[in-house]
Design a protein around this ligand. Sequence first.
Ligand SMILES: Nc1ncnc2c1ncn2[C@@H]1O[C@H](COP(=O)(O)OS(=O)(=O)O)[C@@H](OP(=O)(O)O)[C@H]1O
Ligand SMILES: Nc1ncnc2c1ncn2[C@@H]1O[C@H](COP(=O)(O)OP(=O)(O)O)[C@@H](O)[C@H]1O
Length: 285
Amino acid sequence: MQANPLQWTASPGLGVGLETTSSSPLPSFSQLSLGNLSGGTSVNSLKTRGLFLVKAMEGSRTASLNGHPGNADKNASLLSSVGNSTNILWHECSLNKNDRQKLLKQKGCVIWITGLSGSGKSTVACALGGGLYRRGKLSYILDGDNVRHGLNRDLSFKAEDRAENIRRIGEVAKLFADAGVICIASLISPYRRDRDACRAMLPAGDFIEVFMDVPLQVCEARDSKGLYKLARAGKIKGFTGIDDPYEPPLNCEIVLTHEGGVCASPCEMAEEVISYLEDKGFLEA
Ligand SMILES: Nc1ncnc2c1ncn2[C@@H]1O[C@H](COP(=O)(O)OS(=O)(=O)O)[C@@H](OP(=O)(O)O)[C@H]1O
Ligand SMILES: Nc1ncnc2c1ncn2[C@@H]1O[C@H](COP(=O)(O)OP(=O)(O)O)[C@@H](O)[C@H]1O
């Protein structure tokens, strides 16, 4: 992608800043400024020294409220408590999701792929990421197995840990969507309630649930990791589909089916999801 052209500007009495051209989605001078330039520093000298003065004086609530004595009471009234975090204040930046979407020429969203182990979630997630990449669209995959190697390594497969696994991935996916990225979350996520809680984190329409509707017998016959065999032998307890529940979606956006013993190829499945994204306008800003 070509970089956005930036122009230096000077403003009487204020200092210098970076201004974008009219076609650029980057912030204007009013949103980026430096305050005073002291010691004889001129705009030109900074320019020639190649200094990028991107000290953004964001239109931050925190900054403006804290910056003025006497506003402490007003500030305190904005404090909130979320879970175990008390006295916290949301910090708003002037550069928002819309700006990032314009930059990326797409809309951020979450594609949530759910299904049994071996149903093809990871495969279709990769095919989808590839298909989007070839169209110049930025996506990122949050795969349950992979996230459990790091962020969620402390979680087991009991119901409450699965719920926490899903909640955390939902929160991370939400951040990716806010960044303007098409986030592909692929995890078993066996409980409807947990998936619905992730849906509720996002604006309506931005959570696209994709159900891998592949029968247990097919997944078990694939058994690419040998886990079903271990579960049947009682060596893995609480394995989804064997001795742990899976609740299929009742009303999801896309169902990728295994019809009459024939499964569409991962690329065909990915194209189905891409068509949905195109139809709903996610592949343009
Ligand atoms: N008990 C049990 N049940 C189901 N799956 C198990 C279990 N133990 C380990 N595994 C492996 O972990 C992968 C599923 O992780 P997820 O994070 O997607 O699961 S969940 O959403 O929290 O239910 C899953 O990966 P996939 O096969 O890709 O689905 C398995 O490889
Ligand atoms: N559409 C498909 N048709 C046939 N086999 C598939 C398809 N998608 C995935 N597979 C195969 O099924 C197995 C499990 O796929 P995987 O993507 O790992 O599933 P999951 O992530 O749901 O556990 C792999 O061996 C994969 O090659």
